[in-house]
Design a protein around this ligand. Structure first.
Ligand code: ADP
Ligand code: MG
Length: 332
């Protein structure tokens, strides 16, 4: 039974970035305006996410890390109109199965915080009082330690995993309004370095300046496309000749209703259109699609990063037109 659970868990938590992503999204779902991500040894030793969200109420402690426990779905009439990041109650249970999970939490109704320890099957094994402000801290130590082969691979690829995580955190830093993000990493001799720090500004423009700097921002062209009455795309594209020389994939960020997503097809299209204006560069692109929740399906891949649009063809076509306008010679 344990093994089946662990293998299944491998589907939501694929790597370091999907693990941290689940925790950050839980913090956002909890209404946090300040989220700190603290890594030890690039996340290999441990990572924790500290937020000032609503906290977890004591009657949820026992079930918190059990598979399919979620407090979110009941608030919505159906899956179609769901707007929170989470809804399947798989993240905490998977993290339990894959590493050592502890939670510290306090709601505004509690005078004290509680420290919770869970075992690999998601059972609450220890509960004690602790001091903390309202909010939640989730700590995961030794991710993948329960899967020896995965664990070795994790150590071997840690710098790559770390890079992927930073890129994902940049995505949240770009899209989140009014949320302060801080990411730190502590190495061997207890040297703590700040990896990312944002001020919780109220516009994407200010977020871009924080994350990439004013120089990069001044090379961008705002993009605002109305695809239909209920579907719009807002964002920024690098002006012709102001792209990045390398295709690191770390300068293109796509979002659907504020959710970071992978859009390989779209990314290919943007690259292609940009290259026809300047053969040697890759564009910087930040695009948020606002679409009715019925128009796409986030359910398909377990890590929720692949999005499927019900009418992808016409969407791509409108986009092509709009991007071509930005890149057409007459425009510059
Ligand atoms: P899901 O997000 O799909 O509901 P998770 O396994 O990620 O499932 O989390 C389980 C539950 O734990 C959530 O529904 C929520 O009630 C609670 N929870 C987890 N993290 C937090 C947090 N940072 N703040 C408040 N509640 C949280
Ligand atoms: Mg969740």
């Amino acid at each position: 039974k344990g093994v089946v659970h662990r293998i299944c868990s491998g589907q939501v938590i694929l790597d370091l970035s999907s693990a941290v992503k689940e925790l950050v999204e839980n913090s956002l779902d909890a209404g946090a305006t300040s989220i700190e991500i603290a890594l030890k040894e690039y996340g290999e030793e441990s990572f924790k996410v500290v937020d000032n969200g609503c906290g977890i109420s004591p009657n949820n402690f026992k079930v918190l890390a059990l598979k399919h426990h979620t407090s979110k779905i009941a608030d919505f009439p159906d899956l179609q109109s769901l707007t929170t990041f989470g809804f399947r109650g798989e993240a905490l249970s998977s993290l339990c199965a894959l590493g050592n999970l502890t939670v510290e939490t306090r709601t505004k109704n509690e005078p004290m915080a509680t420290h919770l320890t869970f075992d690999h099957s998601g059972l609450l094994t220890r509960e004690r009082n602790t001091a903390r402000q309202v909010g939640t801290t989730v700590t995961v130590e030794k991710l993948f330690s329960s899967l020896p082969v995965r664990s070795k691979e994790f150590s071997r690829n840690i710098r790559k995993e770390y890079g992927k995580l930073i890129s994902l955190l940049n995505a949240y830093a770009l899209i989140s309004k009014g949320v302060r993000l801080l990411c730190t990493n502590t190495n061997g001799k207890n040297t703590k370095s700040v990896v990312l720090k944002t001020q919780g500004s109220s516009s994407i423009k200010d977020n871009i300046i924080t994350v990439f700097g004013m120089n990069t921002f001044s090379c961008l062209e705002p993009l605002s496309i109305g695809i239909s009455e209920s579907c719009t795309i807002e964002g920024y594209l690098s002006k012709p000749g102001h792209g990045s020389g390398r295709n690191l994939g770390d300068r293109q960020f796509y979002f659907v209703n504020g959710r970071p997503v992978d859009m390989p097809k779209l990314s290919k299209l943007v690259n292609e259109l940009y290259k026809s204006s300047n053969s040697r560069q890759y564009p910087i692109a930040i695009m948020n699609f606002t679409v009715p929740t019925r128009a796409y399906d986030v359910n398909v891949t377990p890590d929720k990063r692949k999005i499927f649009f019900s009418d992808e063809g016409s969407l791509m076509q409108s986009l092509r037109g709009a991007i071509e306008k930005v890149y057409s010679p007459s425009h510059c």
